[in-house]
Design a protein around this ligand. Structure first.
Ligand code: PDD
Length: 285
């Protein structure tokens, strides 16, 4: 079955789906995106993803290109047409097509909208989670508005490639003060030897992950202690557990950091319990 993409009002076979060469997303990375988990054919935490999308758009002064109701229909319809039961739906909105000029185009330029959906084999993700993943660390060289989910991801791309070349699945960005900010496409967490669950405060230095937000509810329900503070790479290596969160992986245990084992080198009990409980607390639509 060929995949279907939504592009500016039309559902097209993905091989024929394209944006204009002067799309500002293509030329300037002038746009935002969201990735929403699809599970059992339903969208996970759609409402929160759309809220964050609206914030990203407003920070960049890009207009919402259609009503929220219409956007919701497009997301669900793209999932349906691709028969995705488990996977992700990807939404990208850019400032539209205009003759190349760095400053904004005229105000009535319609934003471009692309939606795609892809399958992810849940059994495969579970196998990865059962083993845990390795991460590598590198200096955080991103701009100072990474709280906006913009499509300008070059540092993240290079970080992920570095991870892959070193046999790791994720890269953690490290601020000049030695603290971990977040992953190339995930938020970073540790569990201390005192069983405190630690993650960085969601200020402008990280993306406020939707998975992170929902996990705060899971922690509360499990009676765990949350501490929102920065942690160093050394502290993470010496921690009892480490894990990452993102829409496509929910809670993924981290078992190695820069080649060093975390805890006993196996997925932690708390990370695994949080992973198992996550979808009881997420919204389905
Ligand atoms: N990434 N931090 C960064 C830099 C991210 O790119 C992501 C998500 C997160 C976690 O956010 P959430 O829990 O809302 O997925 C944190 C998506 C999945 C991606 O780029 O594919």
């Amino acid at each position: 079955m060929s995949r279907i993409a939504y592009v500016n009002g039309r559902y097209l076979p993905q091989r024929d789906a394209a944006v204009h060469v002067e799309d500002r997303g293509y030329q300037f990375a002038d746009g935002v995106y969201e990735v929403c988990e699809v599970r059992g054919g339903r969208l996970i935490d759609e409402r929160r993803h759309i809220e964050r999308l609206q914030r990203s758009l407003s920070e960049l002064r890009i207009a919402l290109p259609m009503s929220l109701a219409a956007l919701g229909i497009v997301l669900h319809e793209t999932v349906r047409r691709n028969r995705v039961r488990d996977g992700i739906v990807y939404l990208q909105i850019t400032r539209g097509v205009a003759k190349r000029d760095h400053a904004f185009p005229v105000a009535d330029t319609p934003p471009s909208v692309v939606v795609t959906a892809s399958r992810i084999d849940p059994a495969r993700t579970e196998r990865v989670a059962a083993e845990g993943i390795a991460v590598v660390t590198l200096p955080d060289n991103r701009w100072d508005r990474v709280d906006i989910k913009s499509i300008a991801l070059l540092p993240n791309v290079l970080a992920k490639q570095l991870a892959r070349e070193q046999g790791a699945r994720e890269a953690w960005f490290v601020a000049p003060d030695g603290t971990v900010t977040e992953g190339a496409s995930s938020n970073a967490w540790i569990v201390t030897t005192g069983n405190e669950v630690v993650t960085r405060k969601a200020d402008r230095s990280i993306l406020r992950g939707i998975t992170r937000t929902v996990l705060l509810d899971v922690l509360r329900a499990q009676g765990l202690i949350l501490v929102e503070r920065a942690f160093t790479v050394a502290e993470a290596i010496g921690a009892r557990e480490a894990f990452i969160t993102s829409a496509s992986q929910t809670v993924m245990p981290v078992v190695r950091i820069d080649g060093q084992p975390v805890g006993n080198g196996a997925p932690g009990l708390i990370a695994s319990a949080l992973r198992a409980d996550f979808h009881r607390h997420s919204e389905k639509s």
